[in-house]
Design a protein around this ligand. Sequence first.
Ligand code: ARG
Length: 439
Amino acid sequence: MMKGIKFMSNEALLKEIGMLNPMPGRVASATRSLNPLVVGIIVVAGVVILAVTIGLLVYFLGFERKPYIYQSDLHIRNVEYTNQLESPTSQEYRSLSRTIENLMNKTFKASNLRSQFIRAYVARFRRDNEDVIANVLLKFQFKGATSAASMKRRIEQILRQIQNNAGSLTISLLPTEVKPIDPVVVQDILIKRCGTRPELITLSFERIIQGTQASAGDWPWQASLWINNAHRCGAILISDTWLVTAAHCFRISRDPRQWSVTFGYSLRSPEIRANVKNIIIHPNYMAPTHENDIALVELTNRITFNKNVHKVCLPEANLIIPSGTRVYVTGWGSQISGGNSVPILRQGGVEIISNTECNSPENYNGLITSGMICAGIPGGGTDACSGDSGGPLVLADSRQIWSAVGIVSWGDECGLPNKPGVYTYLPVYRNWIKQETGI
Ligand code: ARG
């Protein structure tokens, strides 16, 4: 063979190669187009293997942070138990739970668990003779490899220090020690409470609300009232069977059988649909003046709360909101005066305006009565609009628990300067709601 090749001319050699590769051009081009494909597959495989390796490394080396929630009972020896501590929206409940949460936050943020600690939340109070027992949830995020038992000991150690340094409170730790609690169980407890939004349900940080489209679960008490196969009004969920809305929504029909209710932030694919058993319109509702623009809607069946659908808190009857307070209005109403409703829930931040200011000649010139409250933006802009009626105006307390303080009622067009939104002022109707629904 060697010999044969050696004696071949260049031409013969080329011919022989040509015979081995009868279509050299095609083979060469096929090789060229195959190479990028192979290279591509190798690159993709490489990237996948690398990603999986990094993922496994991160997991096993414990970079992943898992949430852990612990609960502990604190005996508050210098606070007398009152019935107010049964109602999360009462002044006493709010201020005592705030004091305890602040103390916990301060202590854990100064402890050796500071980088794992997320937040403290007082879940409930109960009575112990004359004293108060506070059930406190503590959320941490630990690296994967941390042993839960050693964490429990460290938490207990820190809580024991609190006993000697509790500021205005006299606290003693109960022998019932610190116990872990499943975050899913905590979520199930919190969605049954009024006024909880996602950041509280997951015991995480306060979320910034942008003045735009809402996400699923952002305003879980927002409902939509439907008639003739269309969204007509907003409504506010206050229990698993009752909603509050505006009386003027029913000018078209008061027949419960014509109405239905949907829940969830998307009008086109609601989380829950429900039928209406009963509509109670405030007996003193006056259409011309919009006075007492409030109605109650009872559902035919109880709905089951989930993380995207649950109730808001109702304010105490004596609530006074200082002007300038930031509140939020939500709804599927139109974005311009006289426009169509939108398919995805929208949210907007507005400020409370005092009735005196709102009644000034440039504003509503005396049309605002004690059962109403105004909210808007000083130069105009963010506002409710048609289709938002009956929906909520909500206020968060310092613990991020939300109460409905108003019902979208009326306004001169939408978003005009000096023409803020006018809302039915819920505290004024607190006792009427209690009387009609028991809530
Ligand atoms: N009446 C309107 C409705 O039926 C709501 C008006 C609210 N207007 C306002 N500018 N905030 O949907």
